[in-house]
Design a protein around this ligand. Structure first.
Ligand code: NAD
Length: 263
């Protein structure tokens, strides 16, 4: 299938590693030019260089914090200045800290609000003008399976990511007529460094061996294993493509069959 992505210009937030990096690489393999971000210039330069070396596309690394409005606007402006426009925006951010309702404080609520919900709003605000003017655009939000089935002890993720979903379901009525699709992807358990760090933390907390924690986690997934970042990125690349022109407002879980939720 021709994804029709050659020469498209994409901004991918929080992309020095993990899911954001995999999405950036997947888009680059299809010929997109990229602006990618993370808070550390060194880390994002390293990621940009790896993608450039493998694919030959143009990649600009911008050091910017997604929990600030200027940190989201800057890469979009850079994309427009350097590449002449922006066609694709992939929203990603670091996950909020764990905690149940009774052990998360007001400061943590506001931080997660900026980092995980407002960053999506700011990104969409920044790209919609140029995308609508061009009559073509793709906005994709990376969330979590928690938007379909809340995860115990992760109230901030459960709350902020469903906020994105409500925002997207409202936006599509306004922007899809102008040729801009907006979709949500919901990872279950994809093998990134973050997941590895969480498994180590869980092992330490429970006194179990890391291997045991990982085996339990895998056993809970019908596919019998964690997903790879590339498997995750394949779905994002499809949603970004011309081939997904009639998909807007969808939430696609990428979880090897793990979720029990009906919708
Ligand atoms: P990760 O920790 O491996 O990568 C996060 C990326 O975000 C890194 O590049 C980091 O530099 C960047 N980042 C973090 N905070 C930032 C900030 N304030 N500004 C700019 N960049 C920032 O995480 P991941 O596993 O790739 O997950 C990405 C997102 O998907 C997270 O929100 C995570 O909670 C969510 N998620 C992941 C999984 C999974 O299976 N990996 C499952 C559910 C949800």
């Amino acid at each position: 299938m021709d994804f029709g992505l050659k020469g498209k210009r994409a901004v991918v937030l929080a992309a020095s590693r993990g899911l954001g990096y995999a999405c950036a690489l997947g888009l680059a393999r299809e010929g997109c030019d990229l602006v990618i971000t993370s808070r550390s210039q060194d880390h994002i330069d390293e990621a940009a260089e790896k993608i450039r070396a493998e694919t030959g596309v143009r990649v600009i690394g911008v050091a910017a914090d997604v929990s600030r409005e200027d940190g989201v606007n800057a890469p979009v402006q850079r994309c427009i200045e350097e590449f002449g426009g922006v066609d694709i925006a992939v929203h990603n951010a670091g996950g909020p800290p764990a905690g149940g309702f009774e052990n998360v404080n007001t400061e943590q609520w506001y931080k997660a609000f900026d980092q995980n919900l407002m960053s999506f709003v700011w990104l969409s605000q920044a790209v919609l003008g140029p995308m609508k003017a061009a009559g073509w655009g793709r906005i994709i939000a990376i969330t979590s399976s928690s938007i379909k089935q809340p995860i115990p002890n992760l109230v901030l993720s459960n709350a902020m990511r469903t906020g994105i979903l409500g925002t997207v379901r409202t936006m599509i009525k306004e922007v899809t007529p102008a040729g801009v699709t907006v979709n949500v992807v919901a990872p279950g358990r994809i093998a990134t460094e973050r997941i590895d760090e969480l498994d180590h933390a869980a092992a330490k907390r429970s006194g179990k061996a890391v291997e045991e924690v990982k085996a339990e986690s895998q056993a809970s997934i019908p596919a019998g294993r964690l997903g790879t970042p590339e498997e995750f990125a394949n779905v994002v690349v499809f949603l970004a493509s011309e081939a997904a022109s009639y998909v807007s407002g969808a939430t696609i879980q990428i979880d090897g069959g793990k979720l029990d939720a009906l919708q």
